[in-house]
Design a protein around this ligand. Structure first.
Ligand SMILES: Nc1ncnc2c1ncn2[C@@H]1O[C@H](COP(=O)(O)OP(=O)(O)OP(=O)(O)O)[C@@H](O)[C@H]1O
Length: 311
């Protein structure tokens, strides 16, 4: 294994990036191992795109050290560019260019490109070959952008919100492609607002807020299977007095109405707790529906760490 193959795909330490008086990234640390998928999560404005654009070499950091495939993305961009694929947020193409031409143009810059017809077919774009970029639907533009990121057989791809604006079919197709890339040993750094996307694709999840890492780990580590942090979720009529139910449960259990008519019991959820909850609901004359016992979802963890208020 050569020295550059041994190094992580992405290594970021102490990254700071400011726009005037706004500190978009504030001492961020990140490490993506080779052949793995890392999902960067965070509320709007948390600094995800800025971080990705620094890694891609498009932005100059104000402080910190960034290495991508062992290279400095700005000083060594000529060496790096042929080895990475970039899918920017919101596409980015000359509006009049036809989809097929666009992909062929990008392919012509690669030493050993994938077959463009095959790639367009796989991404369901064969019928849009001659369609100008501006006339493609949002989801088609996203898929073309993904094709452009992949056509040069990159070792590492940056995907900034790859499935935003896609219908469920296209989203699943892209998820399968990302899994296939990982199986082929390609490293993937993606940003997303879809917890399901991060949970099902990522080996490593990094949650950022205000430009800093607030939590990281595998999806399983973040949602932890510790019995003390399991939860029971159920639906029932909105407005139940959760303090009364909490009082009926063993010490350490707590009930909250997380959303209108959705209740969450946290603590050590054992058979006795389930039985107490259903009996208490029966006493109130309400049916506990969609009762589910399990670990916290990634969304629960995300909201706990970053709060519920809008950004
Ligand atoms: N070119 C710019 N000029 C000034 N401020 C900027 C610029 N780009 C980003 N910012 C600010 O930097 C902060 C981080 O933005 P960034 O786009 O990195 O966040 P994000 O996590 O990718 O957000 P989103 O989820 O909404 O895409 C925000 O406060 C944003 O307004």
């Amino acid at each position: 294994m050569s020295a550059s193959e041994a190094c992580p795909a992405v290594e970021v330490s102490g990254l700071v990036k400011r726009y005037g008086s706004t500190t978009a990234v504030d001492g961020l640390e990140l490490r993506l191992a080779r052949g793995k998928v890392l999902a960067l999560l965070g509320p709007n404005g948390a600094g995800k795109t800025t971080t990705v654009e620094v890694c891609e070499g498009f932005l100059r950091p104000d402080a910190g050290r960034v290495r991508v495939l062992g290279l400095d993305p700005r000083a060594e961009s000529d060496k790096l560019r042929p080895r990475i694929g970039v899918m920017p947020q919101g596409g980015g193409a000359y509006p009049g260019v036809r989809a097929g031409e666009m992909l062929k143009l990008v392919a012509s810059c690669a030493a050993n490109p994938l077959d463009t017809d095959w790639l367009l077919d796989v991404l369901g774009l064969s019928n849009a070959l001659r369609t100008p970029y501006k006339r493609l639907s949002g989801g088609q533009q996203q898929r073309l952008s993904l094709a452009c990121a992949l056509v040069g057989r990159p070792e590492l791809v940056f995907l900034d919100e790859p499935t935003s604006g896609m219908d469920p079919q296209a989203r699943r197709l892209v998820w399968n492609m990302i899994s296939a890339l990982r199986n082929d040993g390609v490293s993937v750094l993606l940003t997303t607002h879809l917890m399901e996307e991060a949970e099902s694709l990522a080996d490593h999840v990094v949650i950022v807020d205000h430009g800093r890492v607030v939590a990281e780990g595998s999806p399983a580590q973040l949602t932890t299977e510790d019995p003390d942090t399991q939860q029971l979720r159920f639906k029932a009529r909105p407005g139940l007095d959760t303090s009364l139910l909490t009082a009926a449960l063993p010490e350490g259990c707590h009930v909250s109405e997380a959303a209108l008519g959705t209740y969450i019991v946290t603590g050590r959820v054992d058979p006795q707790v389930v039985s107490t909850v259903t009996a208490w609901c029966a006493q109130q004359g309400v049916l506990a529906e969609e009762l589910h016992v399990g670990r916290r979802s990634l969304e629960d963890v995300f909201l706990e760490l970053t709060g519920r208020e809008l950004r």
